[in-house]
Unconditional design. Structure first.
Length: 349
């Protein structure tokens, strides 16, 4: 994941997402039955969760609702306190940590819903202070780190190597997600997993608390993010194409809301069109996913394509529109504001 997020002592951001508004409280009868059943016959284990943004917040909540002893951390103390308050009626109740090391202490699973592998690397391998332990060093024996960020496949493989070098008993589960805020809130995320089958099987109860479409992409760490790159090709192009189409409608004097209604019910429709299209026509849309995220993700797509020699002309074009959005001051705005780049080119509003 997931305001801007929290910074390390080196000034590096760990998370950068819109804040999630936790419910004031939840009770056991609101626990999702599917998630509950997934862990009934399993030793639940203790979960540390880092990154309580627009997606990470509800994901952490779903893990706690599924019955896991969950400790959460985010630089924003109010997000941590909101998580604690929202889970106070559960058994066990959720708890808050004051540092990444405290969140990892004696945990069987550490879920990282951060922006990229660099943030994950800092959290796991860099001591918060010169004389302190690292988060990796305080995990329980044979713990699993579940990395849910969108990263380049190669960088995830390098992170696994460095984790194993520091602690050979720790397993990295490469598990990026798709489904947006609604999927994270409803526990219906698509999760693409790359790791040995034994690690995948062991982590299934935690993963099932957050998603209902789980796909094991293979034994190799990095394969999850390889699939996520494929997913982001379509996501990024679909958002840019939706903006281009609606901007064309405006330039041709067609009512944009009417155009959106028509294409949403035609063969031209897509999930991204229906999700982003309405926000494209709002003056100041609510932030669900910031423009800078697609700059990062489509950059990763380009890197992945270069590594294997794949042509990605449409991805590159879409990437440039999001880059232009950042250049126009839309970095922290919702990615639907990419339509403003087309409006600027077309001389429309």
């Amino acid at each position: 994941m997931s305001g801007p997020g929290f910074a390390s002592r080196r000034g590096q951001q760990y998370v950068s997402v819109r804040a999630f508004v936790f419910p004031s409280s939840i009770t056991p009868d609101t626990v999702d039955e599917r998630a509950r059943q997934s862990i009934m016959t399993t030793n639940k284990g203790k979960v540390g969760f880092i990154g309580l943004g627009s997606m990470g917040g509800p994901m952490a909540l779903n893990v706690a609702k599924a019955g896991f002893d969950t400790t959460a951390f985010d630089l924003r103390a109010e997000a941590v306190q909101s998580f604690v308050t929202a889970t106070s009626s559960l058994a066990p109740a959720g708890s808050g940590a004051k540092s990444v090391v405290e969140a990892a202490q004696d945990r069987d699973f550490l879920v990282l819903m951060v922006v990229n592998d660099a943030q994950a690397r800092t959290i796991l391998l860099t001591p918060p202070t010169p004389d302190s332990a690292t988060a990796l060093s305080v995990l329980a024996p044979n713990a699993h780190v579940i990395l849910m960020a969108t990263c380049s496949p190669g960088s995830v493989a390098l992170l696994e190597r460095d984790i194993k070098s520091a602690r050979s008993d720790i397993s990295l589960v490469d598990a990026p997600v798709s489904g947006g805020v609604s999927g994270s809130t409803n526990g219906t995320l698509t999760i693409m997993v790359g790791c040995p089958t034994s690690s995948y099987t062991h982590s299934l109860p935690v993963l099932r608390a957050m998603g209902d479409k789980l796909h094991h992409m293979g034994e190799e760490v990095g394969k999850g993010n390889s699939m996520k790159a494929v997913n982001q090709v379509l996501c990024g192009i679909h958002v840019a194409a939706a903006a281009e189409a609606l901007a064309l409608a405006k330039k041709m004097g067609i009512d944009a809301e009417k155009a959106l209604e028509i294409v949403s019910g035609s063969a031209a429709s897509s999930w991204m069109l229906k999700d982003r299209g309405p926000r494209m026509l709002q003056g100041e849309p609510e932030i669900h996913s910031m423009t800078q995220i697609f700059v990062k993700d489509l950059g990763i797509v380009g890197e992945a394509g270069r590594e294997v020699g794949a042509a990605l002309p449409l991805s590159v074009a879409a990437h440039q529109m999001f880059v232009a959005g950042v250049g126009r001051g839309q970095k922290l705005m919702d990615d639907s504001t990419v339509i403003r780049c087309y409006d600027a080119l077309n001389g429309t509003k």
